[in-house]
Design a protein around this ligand. Sequence first.
Ligand code: HMG
Ligand code: MG
Length: 309
Amino acid sequence: MSAPRQEVHITEVGPRDGLQNEKTIVDLETKIRFVESLAASGLRSIEVTSFVSPKWVPQLADAEALLRGIKRTSGVSYSALVPNEQGLERALAVGVDAIAVFTAASETFAQRNINATIAQSVAKFAPVAQRAKAAGIRVRGYVSCVIACPFEGAVQPIAVRDVARMLLDIGVDEIDLGDTIGVALPHDIERLYAGLHDTLAPEATVLHLHDTRGTAIACASKALELGVRHFDGSVGGLGGCPYAPGASGNVATEELVTLVEQCGYSTGVSVAQLCAAGRMIAAALGRSLPSRVLAAESCQRADGNAESR
Ligand code: HMG
Ligand code: MG
């Protein structure tokens, strides 16, 4: 009998990272259908929204209504971004399964994104993490700009390591490394993990790639080789950060799942169902999404439909 395939975990961030950058406000009903459709694909972690200031991210002002509105699938963890204690109160009131605090390895980006220095942000997160853990809620700590910052340029792995340590010291359960503006090449990923070797093993991290320059899948492949076993993706390649000029969407979840499964790992996620969710949100936004797997799947469906007519 052959050995079971090793698992790779995928967190879907489309409803949060994907939608936060959309100028047109997506209505609540559509968001509910989107999250439910993603849960039907076999994903076990979905980052649903953010409890941030609605003045900063108007698209996600309906965070409470969305978390209250979705029919939850058992075995799926529904999480949200939380920048401070006010955000935590809101998240606890609607029963999230996990939260994510978020800072950066670049001072300028932290200032522009959360109006705080790195040290101030971590100091604000300390009571948030403590209270979340006391409530039995898992805490993710994002470090943005792990390769480069849109304002300061190249970021050194040592700066990433120092911020990761600060977050681990306040008790976050996992470190998520964000290539916020999608500039990484495979050798940058190698350099990043080499710089983290005395603090975090690749298997203890989550890798959050944006695909601005079409290099995210090559970077994911390198990261798999290095031992990373948890990635974020956004269906269709939707997304970007409104406070990172020029950043486009995350690596498409269906492209990630295709890569990971073809490399011999199992994700438990159905590409066909992911594509159904991708088509649904693309129709709601009135435009096509950048994912090539989604485009290929849609062509195949169209051919299949043509044959059956
Ligand atoms: P601030 O203006 O410094 O906050 O913003 P403040 O404490 O001075 O409060 C100002 C106002 O905001 C007050 O309201 C507060 O009540 C309100 P007012 O009295 O003016 O009416 N406020 C809140 N309202 C609701 N929920 C809250 C909350 N907190 C304050 N939690 C703050 C500081 C952090 C709040 C703000 O900068 C913010 O919301 N930033 C979020 C920006 C954001 O969401 N960026 C995108 C996500 S990060 C990302 O995409 C990167 C990632 O994907 C990884 C990667 O790709 O690298 C994660
Ligand atoms: Mg992001």
